[in-house]
Ligand binder design. Sequence first.
Ligand SMILES: Cc1cc2nc3c(=O)[nH]c(=O)nc-3n(C[C@H](O)[C@H](O)[C@H](O)COP(=O)(O)OP(=O)(O)OC[C@H]3O[C@@H](n4cnc5c(N)ncnc54)[C@H](O)[C@@H]3O)c2cc1C
Length: 420
Amino acid sequence: MEFLEHASRERQLTLPKTADVVIIGGGVLGTSAAFHLADSGRKQVVLLDRGPIGSGTTPFAAGQTGYLNCDEFALKFGTYCIEFFENFAERTGHTIDFHQPGSLRVALTDTFKRDLEGRHDAARGLGHPVEFLSHDRARELVPTFHPPDDCRILFIPRDGWVEPKSVAVAYAAAARDRGVSIHTGVNAQGLDIVDERVRGVRTCEGVIQTEHVVLAAGAWSRQFGQRHGLNLRTVPVRHQAFVTAPVVGVLAEQPIVRVTEPQVYVRPENGGLLCGGYGYRPLSLDMDDFPDDFEIPALKADAVYYQQLTVAASKFFPALSDAVVVQERRGLPTIAPDGRLLVSECKELPGLIVASGCGVGGIDRSPGVGRVVADVVNGDQSWINADMLSADRFGDDYRSDRALRAQCEEIYAHHYHEIY
Ligand SMILES: Cc1cc2nc3c(=O)[nH]c(=O)nc-3n(C[C@H](O)[C@H](O)[C@H](O)COP(=O)(O)OP(=O)(O)OC[C@H]3O[C@@H](n4cnc5c(N)ncnc54)[C@H](O)[C@@H]3O)c2cc1C
């Protein structure tokens, strides 16, 4: 809170005329990039947001983490992320509201039971204490959960969830401690491009000359790129969740439950249940269809999505069918056509580094995204070969808006069904 007051006071200060790196967007990705850049020793880093810190999709997230993957790259990346959350205060000097009760991943069909076994074996191979649970044990851990007779349930103890805005705020505070200059209420209007490379950012309060711009503008990143002739393959796709009033039997520290086939997740929230799901009425959006002053809280609810989600989740959590909804959450996470992150410098426009394509996992992946951004700016490839996150990896694929949006909706429709 104190930090936010400081940040808004800083708005009064003059914008620097030059910077080493300018970050556009103070969501969880932009603030993590600011922290990691400053922590790596970069001086004169400037972070801009047209609203306050964490005013886009970030505060509406369920904030769940999930590091376990059979894919080697994703597991290495995910392990950095979970270790970062486990040691957040030591790494940054600021606390976040992180809970680590673990998760139950539930599979109903043979295909996904096999996938669960793969995840189990991969984790055990690394010495992580995952285990299959009996139905009785699962119900002890999550009393409101009714597992179907023939499902399999994998317990992943290191999974957890975090209050999402607290993460962006803590990254921003830690970035500022390390010298990052944060300016809220400043709209980045475009880039200055000279000799086909980035030389500055134009804002509503003047130009900042810089050789490096990090585009972490969430749902608006594609639109920002289009204004400079770039076709960034990252599309905002609507995602919705809801929170109920307190429900008898919900434990404050019960594990998250993720049911693979109907793609639903349920976790505790203030004595009630937070429920979300993928694949319900996938809808990608073009930010040019919104007014310039559109903000995420104005995103209209899709009542049918909520209905379908409630019906699907109630099979496993009967209490949801008549629970009182006390909060709806929705926003516009960004999705790339292969479901992977987009974190790299753009070959077409040297000096522009994109941080996008978070899927519905930007909170979870934010530590790794921030680190890759810092590595790209510093030319350091010692941690991870991030070629597969390149913004240029699609070549001529998905050039048209229609093909791109259709594919990103398809990815959203099958998010939990992806088998690594
Ligand atoms: C209901 C729901 C549940 C979710 N659950 C999870 C979950 O369990 N786990 C998880 O990891 N993720 C989850 N997510 C996804 C997560 O919220 C996103 O991946 C993440 O917040 C994206 O962060 P971001 O920084 O890319 O974008 P944003 O948070 O949208 O930030 C972008 C920022 O850029 C600023 N901006 C835009 N254009 C400009 C400009 N021209 N000049 C200056 N500033 C600009 C905006 O004001 C905004 O603050 C969920 C999302 C939703 C909606």
